[in-house]
Write a protein that binds this ligand. Structure first.
Ligand SMILES: [Zn+2]
Length: 252
């Protein structure tokens, strides 16, 4: 329609009319773009609110799940470090306890479980992290993604660690026991190991493997798990600020 009019004006050399036709097209396109931008922006705002609420729910869940695991891993890390110090003469010499022998045989396990926040993964996968406009929250989320990568990397370090319970069966006596569970009514199955500091020290290969395992576990805690959980807590604080949520101290 407008094209036919433009051609007619062109043939008749009606330059003013041509200029007006041109203006109509430009204004039309401009208004169309503005409406489309506005509608995209409205959609982004709706998505932003929904995502922030979803993220909060996911982070509360992740923090609860993680607190148990972080507690267990930290306990293991301390016991492994202490046992390794005793074996290498970095702490006063004494016999190793059953808990220390057991922890040494577990030192190659860097399992952590689920670390993914589905809403954050989706934002990243679709390149829409920018719809979170709060700059503090946005950078906290970006940093969490980095920490997650680092945690995933440090768990892969277990490939270079040694399953010493399996490699040195003559030194670690492993048994299966049933223990009263802290959290459940029924009995829980656990693995326990006994060993002696003297027999370990006499085996140079085992001493080297223990040194490597202790170093790997330390890297897992220092570069993977602890920075990750700290960032989870940081993101939670930012989300609480954004959503104006206050938790009772016991559930925080
Ligand atoms: Zn909260």
């Amino acid at each position: 329609m407008i094209l036919r009019r433009v051609i007619k004006h062109f043939r008749n050399q009606e330059w003013t009319a041509i200029a007006i036709d041109f203006l109509i097209v430009v204004v039309g396109v401009f208004v169309g773009l503005q409406v489309s931008n506005w509608s995209n922006a409205q959609q982004d705002r709706r998505d932003e609110t929904a995502i922030i609420y979803a993220l909060h729910a996911e982070i509360v869940e992740a923090e609860e799940l993680a607190s148990n695991i972080v507690g267990t891993r930290t306990r293991y890390a301390n016991i492994i470090a202490e046992a390794t110090n005793i074996l290498f003469g970095l702490a006063p010499q004494r016999e190793l306890t059953q808990t220390e022998c057991t922890s040494l045989t577990y030192a190659h396990v860097l399992y952590f479980g689920r670390t993914i926040l589905p809403s954050l993964e989706r934002l990243q996968a679709t390149g829409r992290l920018d719809i979170v406009r709060d700059t503090d929250l946005n950078s906290a989320l970006a940093k969490l993604l980095q920490r997650q990568k680092a945690l995933e990397f440090t768990t892969t370090l277990s490939a270079g660690a040694y399953d010493i319970g399996h490699l040195y069966p003559e030194i670690f006596e492993i048994s299966s026991i049933l223990m009263q569970s802290d959290t459940r009514e029924d009995l829980e199955r656990e693995i326990t190991a006994t060993c002696t500091a003297k027999s370990i020290r006499l085996n140079k290969g085992l001493m080297a493997d223990i040194a490597i395992n202790a170093d790997t576990y330390d890297a897992f805690m220092r570069d993977g798990l602890l920075p990750w959980i700290a960032q989870i807590q940081q993101v939670h604080r930012q989300l609480d600020l954004t959503l104006n949520i206050q938790h009772a101290k016991t559930t925080q």
